[in-house]
Design a binder for this molecule. Structure first.
Ligand code: FMN
Length: 312
């Protein structure tokens, strides 16, 4: 399968792993790369030394290309960028902010840069700053979210930029990948689907919760303070929503470290189980290779069935 994204990244399939703080470990990133997609280390909760270690660990597990996700909200953004450059990582995805001022430095070193955008305006801005592509992430997605659905965002972004567009948010199978391509995507990025894989190192309780979620089992916390995040609807998430309505700063305090508690300890009392609405589409925990194989098979069969209809 060739698109501008597979050519740029030198990967077999146009499937990118979403950068995921705490959950985007070397083991999971290497598994996605080995399966023919692009694995991505989530550096959101790492300092530069930890990132260097994670890069080395990933290199021990795969010789295929992989990337690093950098959260604009990280206190170490500049040093993480320096680490990525020193370690000669080929691809950087940026989350939660406008990374325009960092793009020229990475481009000078030949690094492929894909910022995540939740609006068409930001897509235009980062294109102007030299980004190689944009990841248009709709509000269905897990983790930090914008306000526009993938269906509308992707359609609009792919009309207003010339660089390749990667669709994200709510994509978990071949049909949703096909829909993203119809709307202009040349690759997809998935987070929740890879969380619920054999190689994912999140706590078994996290995977179990995704497996038993319906499409309505997520809520958005953090709205009051301007950093909304989609999480599974647990009693803790519900109580955060109540506290937020009365005292946003108190809610903010309680949320500190809550993703770590969910990922490492499966702590249902005080953990935030970030996941997208696509949790409701996931019915089985299987190895990453199998996830990718099934997605590509379904994607191709969807397009073949369209072509057959056209011939009749
Ligand atoms: C547990 C979790 C953590 C995430 N952390 C980050 C992050 O650190 N940086 C980032 O850019 N996006 C982050 N995201 C968003 C993903 O990279 C991805 O874009 C999103 O999951 C796509 O939507 P989906 O979950 O419907 O597949 C996170 C998502 C999840 C589920």
């Amino acid at each position: 399968m060739k698109t501008r994204v597979t050519e740029l990244l030198k990967i077999d399939y146009p499937i990118i792993m979403g950068g995921m703080a705490w959950a985007g470990t070397p083991k999971l990133a290497a598994a996605v790369s080995e399966a023919g997609g692009l694995g991505v280390i989530g550096s959101g909760a790492m300092n530069p030394d930890e990132l260097r270690e994670a890069i080395n660990e990933t290199r021990k597990l795969t010789e295929k290309p992989f990337g690093v996700n950098i959260m604009m909200a990280s206190p170490y953004v500049e040093d993480l960028i320096k680490t990525v450059i020193d370690e000669k990582v080929g691809v950087v995805t940026f989350g939660a902010g406008n990374p325009s001022r960092f793009i020229p430095k990475l481009k000078e070193k030949g690094i492929v840069v894909f910022p995540v955008v939740a609006s068409d305006s930001l897509a235009r801005l980062v294109e102007r700053a030299g980004a190689d592509g944009v990841i248009a992430e709709g509000m269905e997605s897990g983790g930090h979210v914008g306000e526009v659905t993938t269906f509308v965002l992707l359609n609009r972004v792919s009309r207003v930029v010339r660089i390749p567009v990667i669709g994200a948010g709510g994509i978990a199978d071949g049909r949703s990948m096909a829909a993203a391509f119809v709307l202009g995507a040349e690759a997809v990025q998935m987070g929740t689907r890879f969380l619920a894989s054999e190689e994912s190192e999140v706590h078994p309780e996290y995977k179990r919760k995704i497996l038993f979620s319906s499409i309505r089992d997520t809520v958005v916390t953090g709205l009051e303070l301007g950093h909304p995040a989609r999480v599974l609807r647990t009693p803790f998430a519900r109580s955060i929503k109540e506290i937020e309505a009365k005292d946003p700063l108190e809610a903010e305090k309680i949320l500190v470290g809550s993703l770590r508690r969910a990922v490492l300890n499966g702590d249902v009392q005080t953990g935030s189980f970030m996941a997208g609405q696509s949790a409701g589409l996931i019915e089985e925990i299987v190895p990453v290779k199998e996830i990718v194989r099934r997605i590509i098979e379904e994607f191709l069969s969807v397009f073949k069935s369209f072509c057959k209809e056209g011939e009749q």
